[in-house]
Design a protein around this ligand. Structure first.
Ligand code: ZN
Length: 267
């Protein structure tokens, strides 16, 4: 016969085991181990969202709001809004181009934190709007700052943000409608994937350069289950190394991507 006392003890042990498997509030989490101490400043790398941002060509309905309750009528204020998943500062989830890969809410929280690696290609981009980040340029960065660390979030600083939110200047379309802005090359993306980075970001409309017809970098990077950050703001305020990033995309179930708040912590 199993006594009541034994059953009670067994239940208690099961409960204790279940509780210990769950992260507990206040307990140390390995997630925060890489966050360096001594950070004194935070830079917001996101643009505020309104209906005047630069959409992808062909996207006509981009962002709308409606007042649902007003102070005058209801004594409180609420709105509803509608927007594209890929508009303004946003995250591309792997599922955007890679069927079966993570949708936006499935990206592991630990992958949304990481040291920022800023690769400055402003002079190259000013000379050639079709510039694509080369592996040589990455080698140059590594010679100066050391090997790109695992879990880094790489940010391509092209200077294109100075054109934001001027649609014509930011898209830089030619007579045929083809866009001309810089981006990553496939070879550079391959090298960064080998470095085990968490994601790639840029201060343009797309990780692929504007004239791309096949979105080869999108296919490659998202296919590896990494994420992308597009239309980043204020990259000019970041050092090439030493900043730490926190990426906070909307936790939209099943989303191909979504608006993201991106914070850079600086020493
Ligand atoms: Zn996108």
């Amino acid at each position: 016969m199993v006594s009541l006392r034994t059953i009670a003890l067994l239940l208690l042990a099961t409960f204790a085991l279940a509780m210990s498997a769950k992260p507990q509030t206040g307990a140390p989490t390995p997630l925060l181990e890489p966050v360096p101490g001594g950070m004194t400043r935070v830079v917001d790398l996101s643009y505020a969202i309104n209906d005047k941002l630069v959409p992808w060509p062909g996207d006509t309905r981009v962002f709308e709001t409606k007042v649902n309750a007003s102070m005058e009528k209801d004594g409180y204020f609420t709105r509803s809004f509608w927007m594209l998943e890929h508009y303004g500062t946003h995250l591309d989830a792997p599922a955007h181009f890679a069927p079966g890969k993570s949708t936006v809410e499935q990206i592991g929280v630990e992958r949304l934190f990481g040291p920022a690696v800023v690769i400055d290609v402003q002079s190259e981009s000013a000379k050639d709007p079709d510039y694509r980040l080369s592996t040589e340029r990455i080698a140059g960065w590594e010679k100066q700052h050391g090997k790109i660390p695992e879990h880094a979030i790489v940010l391509l600083r092209t200077g294109w943000a100075s054109r934001w939110p001027d649609v014509a200047k930011y898209r830089n379309q030619d007579a045929q409608g083809k866009m001309h802005f810089p981006g990553y090359s496939v070879e550079a993306a391959k090298l960064l994937i080998e470095r085990h980075v968490n994601g790639l970001g840029c201060d343009t409309l797309s990780i692929d350069y504007g004239a791309s017809g096949d979105f080869a970098v999108h296919h490659l990077v998202l296919g590896e289950d990494l994420y992308q950050l597009e239309n980043l703001a204020n990259l000019s305020e970041l050092p090439e190394t030493g900043a730490f990033l926190m990426v906070a995309p909307i936790k939209l179930e099943g989303g191909s991507g979504g608006p993201a708040r991106v914070f850079a912590f600086l020493p």
